[in-house]
Design a protein around this ligand. Structure first.
Ligand SMILES: [Zn+2]
Length: 130
């Protein structure tokens, strides 16, 4: 852990929950499982979101929030595919996509299906689940 965010000159961190400025030394860090999170630098950290809070109390609320959010493998795979595609705007064949995303063909297919369904659900008006 040598990439602590303290270095940002003069800019205080903001709590992920309340958006209040956090004074140095007061921050509470935690890791939560979040299938909508893809790590910008380390694919091994996909799904593990680092959260920062102004207090242990708010950290607890954040962790509670993410615990209640369903962790969806297909969603996480979709993020991995999205990242690979962003890095290769010229397009990727299936084999290259497997290599870049670290997924196999079945996972890619499952993620694509999931994405289509959730796009359809989003386009279909109200969020009433069936
Ligand atoms: Zn807070």
């Amino acid at each position: 852990m040598d990439h602590a965010p303290e270095q940002t000159a003069g800019l205080p961190n903001l709590g992920d929950l309340c958006r209040k400025a956090i004074f140095p030394g007061q921050a509470a860090y935690g890791q939560v499982r979040d299938s909508s999170y893809d790590d910008p630098v380390d694919p091994a950290q996909d799904g593990n979101r680092l959260v920062i809070a102004c207090s242990a109390e708010h950290l607890g609320e954040l962790q509670q929030h993410y615990r209640q959010r369903p962790f969806n493998r297909e969603e996480l795979w979709t993020r991995k595919i999205d990242r690979a595609m962003r890095q290769h705007p010229e397009g990727l064949g299936l084999e290259q996509l497997e290599k870049e995303s670290g997924l196999n063909a079945l996972q890619i297919e499952a993620a694509t299906t999931w994405q289509l369904q959730s796009d359809r659900a989003r386009g279909g008006g109200s969020a009433d689940s069936q």
